[in-house]
Design a binder for this molecule. Structure first.
Ligand code: PLP
Length: 449
């Protein structure tokens, strides 16, 4: 196709890097979602809202470090604090003042964070939150929502043909999968029926509070409120997975925006300012299961938790710098405003081109609905994602338009995610937005004609 040909012609360095990478890394990548045809981009450097590949092509970036970089790449203050800390040592094998500052900031900003335990990633954070919930309740089962992602550990990694359909993944014990109950997003009656059936066995319900993939299938606030009420009634812990939404939807995350208090919350990404890091935060009585003295006083065995790099000084430095900037500036509001402008501009492009797709989203996100199932009546001016279910909004395997669009956008200088969509940072200014809209205009025309 002309799009693939144009991409290949511009990216010989990325192609060569990928040929080598295929020999070293399974699939040639180190994260599943970086696997794209004909080859992924090899990125040489990044600053603000932009990044450059090894061939010198410039891109406006909408991956944002898989969501870790709401301030943009190499923010000068964050970079300086990382460098300063690196010179003072990267690991003390001991407690240190910066982790304390980091924990204090998290407690101050996240409404339900009574106590904090740092981990190395979001995956580790949800693993620990689920273990805490099972230990606190003495119950085996977990309830999750179809399409919601909570990391790749065994308790949450399901699906052969569809990563999220609840069938066991090869290598994951059937016993783990059979202890997970899947609910459909926004289906209140279905949720209550599942809780009626399994409630006494369920330790925790976990969800992405604004919906899967930062809102690609948005959740109704009423549904989340119902889940809060029903779980509280039944002694089930509610876990907000705010790995993406934390410090993004609002300073205090989706829980602040929604005014709903979960029992436990998982954090990562923005939390550690672009370095590896995560955390479980929440109710003191549950978090105390990690405290040897308090657990013993309650006659409970302490939950084990180690981790060489937990709260390491570099991640703490980046995290503290980032959270302090978010707290003292309007960075989050700017990112939201730029995202809203981008969504509106993209819809204007679609209307002008007469293409029956739609762009939607909230906070920093945007999602391009390319209507892979050919639903009637779709258009950029009238799209309401709440009118559609999970099956309609999720991109089916093998859908052509999303991957073609992402590739065409790369050809025209913007790097969006292949679902397709992305997140906007505080560093995306008018110049980046204009450039992106021009790339979108050309890409849409290329796909249309
Ligand atoms: N939870 C959510 C909502 C996520 O989006 C992700 C990662 O994208 C994770 C958990 C896993 O976090 P990590 O990639 O840091 O392990």
């Amino acid at each position: 196709s002309p799009i693939v040909a144009a991409f290949v012609a511009r990216t010989p360095g990325s192609a060569a890097a990928y040929a080598k990478a295929r020999e070293i890394f399974p699939g040639g990548v180190t994260h599943d979602t970086r696997y794209v045809r004909p080859h992924p981009l090899a990125i040489a450097r990044a600053a603000g809202a932009r990044k450059w590949d090894v061939d010198g092509n410039e891109y406006v970036d909408y991956f944002g470090g898989h969501g870790a970089l709401i301030l943009g790449h190499a923010h000068p203050e964050v970079a300086a604090r990382i460098a300063e800390q690196a010179a003072k040592g990267t690991h003390y094998g001991a407690s240190h003042p910066l982790e304390l500052r980091w924990g204090e900031l998290v407690r101050e900003l996240v409404p339900s964070a009574e106590m904090v335990r740092f981990t190395n990633s979001g995956t580790e954070a949800t693993l620990m939150a689920l273990r805490l919930a099972r230990a606190a309740t003495g119950r085996p089962k977990l309830l999750r929502l179809r399409g919601h992602f909570h990391g790749w550990h065994d308790h949450m990694a399901f699906g052969v043909t569809n990563h999220f359909d609840g069938t066991p993944t090869p290598g994951v014990l059937e016993g783990l999968a059979s202890n997970v109950v899947l609910a459909d997003p926004n289906d209140a009656a279905g949720l209550v029926a599942l809780l009626e059936e399994h409630g006494p066995e369920i330790a925790a319900a976990i969800l992405e509070p604004t919906g899967s993939t930062y809102g690609q299938v948005p959740l109704r606030p009423d549904f989340v409120r119902l889940l809060r009420e029903e779980t509280a009634k039944r002694g089930i812990l509610l876990i907000f997975d705010e790995v993406v939404t934390g410090f993004r939807v609002a300073l205090g995350g989706a829980q602040q925006a929604l005014g709903i208090r979960p029992d436990l919350t998982t954090l990562a990404k923005i939390l550690a300012g672009g370095l590896p890091g995560g955390a479980v935060v929440g109710r003191r009585d549950v978090m105390e299961l990690l405290d040897p003295e308090r657990a013993a006083a309650r006659g409970i065995e302490k939950i084990p938790h180690q981790g060489t790099f937990n709260a390491n000084p570099l991640s703490a430095a980046a995290g503290v710098a980032t959270l302090e900037i978010l707290k003292s500036t309007d960075a989050i509001a700017r990112a939201h405003a730029h995202a809203a402008q981008l969504r509106e501009g993209m819809n204007a492009v679609l209307a002008e081109a007469g293409v029956p797709w739609a762009v939607y989203g909230t906070h920093t996100g945007f999602h391009v609905f390319t209507n892979p199932r050919g639903l009637p009546g779709i258009g950029p001016r009238s799209f309401d994602p709440f009118a559609f279910g999970y099956e309609d909004l999720k991109v089916p395997r093998g859908a052509q338009a999303p991957t073609k669009l992402a590739l065409a956008m790369r050809v025209h200088g913007a790097d969006i995610m292949p679902w397709p969509g992305g997140t906007v940072s505080a560093a995306h200014g008018p110049a980046e937005l204009d450039r992106t809209l021009e790339a979108f205009r050309r890409s849409v025309r290329m796909l249309r004609d």
